[in-house]
Design a protein around this ligand. Structure first.
Ligand SMILES: [Fe+2]
Length: 285
């Protein structure tokens, strides 16, 4: 049966009515994938998924990444990264507590960055009946298309340099410092600033101030200014969708054509627990 897709009304985002605990036939999967490409961010509400089921559904979009920060992988399920502010009995965070506090696209520091990420909400902080910890998405296709022609010409062929360790963390970030081996595993990588979607062929901006430290062949100060200008442009209100979480949401987003930002407006005892799977994508072109 064709899943019902309801658009958010914002620059991207849609809800797909589908119980992912049931078998998803190929024809239904193709409808879901088409809706995903069309809307960039899609949510499946009120899901009841086992770890195996989340992994299985995620794998239909491609090979899964095992995140570089091994400390926060779900025991027994290395494909699932815990995102959480919860602490264990020793007072240590059980998951990444400061994920996504600057605009970024997941694993853009990889040679083959993520195609999409899937985040399953197990616990959502609330205050006064309102959910906290929203995630904001920017539609990078709409942002590219809105650029003046002279800027599109200027950007053609340019590559920005992405650096994993460039991302700003909270001052008291609890995540372990990267080892030399992990740093060696994530060298600086140059990707096209304007990338072409591997499935739809649409062009989008692929650059963020939080991750990009320069542009190949461009003086550093000029490059930093251009990156900041593009970041500001891409995150203008008309390109945004803000997701308000409910327990049971499986939210997935297209990392090839959007950036996102986690809003950290909660603190213990307001608990947040998410299970993330990350699908490896193609080399950006
Ligand atoms: Fe992220």
């Amino acid at each position: 049966m064709k899943p019902v897709v309801t658009k958010s009304g914002a620059a991207c985002g849609a809800e797909i009515a589908c119980d992912l605990a049931q078998d998803i036939h190929d024809a239904t999967f193709r409808e879901i994938e088409a809706a995903f490409h069309d809307n960039i961010v899609v949510v499946f509400r009120r899901q009841n998924l086992s770890n195996e089921r989340q992994i299985e559904f995620s794998r239909r979009f491609g090979e899964l990444e095992v995140h570089i920060v091994k400390k926060y992988l779900l025991p027994g399920y290395p494909e699932i990264l815990l995102i959480s502010n919860i602490r264990d009995e020793r007072g240590e965070h059980i998951g990444l507590a400061d994920a996504g506090f600057t605009w970024h696209s997941d694993t853009s520091y990889r040679r083959r960055p993520s195609r999409c990420s899937l985040l399953y909400a197990k616990e959502v902080p609330q205050r006064g009946g309102q959910p906290l910890g929203d995630t904001v998405f920017a539609n990078a296709i709409a942002a590219y298309e809105a650029l003046p022609e002279r800027m599109k010409k200027r950007l053609a062929g340019l590559k920005a340099i992405h650096r994993y360790s460039a991302r700003r963390r909270v001052a008291d970030s609890p995540r372990p410092k990267l080892t030399q081996a992990q740093l060696d595993e994530t060298p600086d990588i140059a990707h096209p600033i304007v990338r072409t979607h591997p499935y739809t062929g649409r062009k989008s901006l692929y650059v963020t101030a939080g991750e990009c430290v320069g542009i190949e062949g461009m003086p550093e100060d000029e490059a930093v200014d251009l990156i900041a200008e593009l970041d500001t442009h891409c995150t203008r209100p008309e390109f945004l969708y803000r997701h308000k979480w409910q327990v049971g949401d499986l939210l997935m987003w297209d990392n090839t054509s959007s950036m996102h930002l986690a809003i950290c407006n909660y603190a213990l005892p307001e608990r947040r627990l998410m299970h993330r799977t990350t699908v490896i994508g193609t080399v950006p072109v």
